[in-house]
Design a protein around this ligand. Structure first.
Ligand code: UDP
Ligand code: MG
Length: 320
């Protein structure tokens, strides 16, 4: 029987939470008639989580799979490792600390069944410190929604369900697991949102503070660039270049005309130097765009990456 559901959980120093998490998942999925698995990724824990994971894997070999990373690589990398080992048609991501509630998984799955490719959890009633976590996160959500054009209330919520195909095509870097829905939308995924429960952390400590918001904002630049200009970087660099060159050229013409008819000095005018500088910058920018175009072509052609994604085909073999 093929695996239907893989629950991927990154684990970093969550010793006390793990047995409870396993129990809660078992309860939540007891009524699921299709095969499921939990993929726990130990992200280099140093508190004895590894031993607990070994025990869980021994007790419940039918459902528990464990991946031990060699050191602490961070939550996003741990999630990526879990996804790489997941066999399910559907992948649910969640945290190990029981702030997310496994009992919400059936809700996500039901929504997915309605024909969505990504179902995002929304911690409407979030149980975290207001000043350092909830407020920055709220601002980040507004910003991400605005920049990516994908409107979700809670990007930061790990509890989300994905059809496997939408996860297959991209790699995750930095803090980027929160941008998966935005990526998914860019390859044509249908996205829905479901309100989920959120509990305060009972055991262990949160691994994050305010600095994460900064990283998220920086990642947002990358994501925006990749989403909008990955296929055609020349549109960004070239556009910028033209925006510099056209007004500066007009200015230059005006200065030359002024020199000829009104005898106003040209070479000593700061405007002349400014216009030359902007024209040079503009050409530089266009050249950079051309180099970026070469890189993009290398990327797509060397790896045989198509520039499109297919939802389904009729009377044709399913492509890989
Ligand atoms: N985590 C991880 N590697 C890290 C930091 C965190 O795998 O370097 C895991 C952690 O064990 C938890 C999830 O990522 O399962 C979210 O972490 P945390 O609860 O600290 O984040 P918060 O809920 O405070 O945003
Ligand atoms: Mg947490």
């Amino acid at each position: 029987m093929t695996v239907f559901l893989s629950v991927v959980v990154p684990v970093y120093n969550e010793r006390e939470n793990l047995p409870l998490l396993h129990q809660a998942l078992q309860q939540a999925l007891a009524s699921c008639r299709r095969r499921w698995e939990i993929i726990l990724v130990d992200d280099g824990s140093s508190d004895g989580s590894a031993e607990v994971l070994e025990q869980l894997a021994a007790d419940d070999p039918a459902h528990v799979r464990v991946v031990f990373l060699r050191r602490n690589f961070g939550q996003t990398a741990a999630i990526a490792a879990g996804i790489d080992h997941a066999q399910g048609e559907v992948v649910v991501l969640m945290d190990a600390d029981l702030q997310n509630d496994p009992a919400d998984i059936p809700l996500l799955l039901a929504k997915l069944e309605e024909g969505y490719d990504v179902v995002s959890g929304w911690r409407k009633n979030r149980q975290d410190p207001l000043l350092t976590r909830v407020l920055p996160s709220h601002l980040a959500n507004v910003l991400i929604s605005w920049v990516t054009g994908v409107h979700l209330h809670d990007y930061g919520c790990t509890l989300k369900a994905y059809r496997r195909e939408v996860l297959r095509d991209f790699r995750l870097y930095g803090e980027m697991h929160r941008f998966i829905p935005a990526y998914a939308a860019s390859v044509g995924a249908r996205i829905a949102e479901v309100v989920v429960r959120h509990h305060p952390r009972k055991f262990g400590r949160s691994k994050y503070g305010l600095t994460r918001t900064l990283k998220v904002v920086l990642d947002l630049f990358t994501v925006k660039f990749l989403l909008s200009f990955f296929y055609k970087p020349i549109y960004l660099f070239g556009g910028l270049g033209l925006m510099l060159i056209i007004p500066s050229s007009l200015l230059l013409v005006f200065l030359i005309v002024r020199r000829i008819f009104w005898q106003v000095a040209l070479f000593t005018s700061p405007l002349f130097q400014l216009s030359l500088m902007f024209i040079i910058l503009g050409f530089q920018s266009i050249l950079m765009g051309l180099i970026a175009e070469l890189l993009v072509r290398t990327y797509h052609e060397a790896q045989g990456k198509p520039t499109y994604t297919v939802r389904r085909v009729l009377n044709l073999p399913e492509g890989e």
